[in-house]
Write a protein of this length. Structure first.
Length: 161
């Protein structure tokens, strides 16, 4: 298995970028913090510490997105990446819907404000879902990975008919 970045199609590139941004936003960016009127010694929290149950869905979605990108780049046969793009599309859609509910519809309490990390996470989850869908829609493999000419072998006459 050799890594061939030319095998990546637009969908896999979007999924890989979205998964990396989602991981960075989950662990490095602040998702929630004290509101302006209650700002004090209470620190802001990242997505990992602020989302106790949803963080596992986010983590699995990002991991599967990265796995899809890597597998597409190293595999000649498209069977495994195509199967994984179905999984990534469904996980990306579920993660996007869960984050829409958590970020846009049901924000945290009155004394907590959402920070930029929550919106970055939502946009990157949507990018994973869209990239997975594009990965399913695009067909084709590199010419070098395509079928080669099949060698034919002449059989000797076995003495029969």
């Amino acid at each position: 298995m050799n890594l061939e970045p030319r095998r990546l199609r637009t969908g896999e590139v979007i999924v890989g970028a979205g998964a990396l941004v989602l991981l960075v936003s989950l662990f490095a960016l602040d998702w929630y913090g004290p509101s302006g009127q209650h700002a004090g010694p209470r620190p802001s929290s990242t997505g990992w510490s602020g989302l106790t149950t949803l963080r596992w869905l986010i983590l699995v979605t990002a991991a599967c997105g990265l796995a899809l990108t890597v597998l597409q780049a190293v595999r000649r046969a498209p069977a495994v990446p195509v199967s994984l793009s179905v999984v990534v599309t469904v996980l990306g859609l579920l993660c996007t819907l869960a984050l829409i509910y958590r970020v846009l519809i049901n924000p945290p309490g009155a004394d907590v404000d959402q920070k930029v990390g929550a919106y970055v996470g939502l946009i990157s989850a949507a990018a994973i879902a869209c990239g997975g869908w594009l990965s399913l829609r695009q067909e084709g493999i590199l010419v070098e990975d395509g079928p080669a000419e099949i060698e034919t072998v002449q059989l000797k006459n076995a003495g029969g008919s």
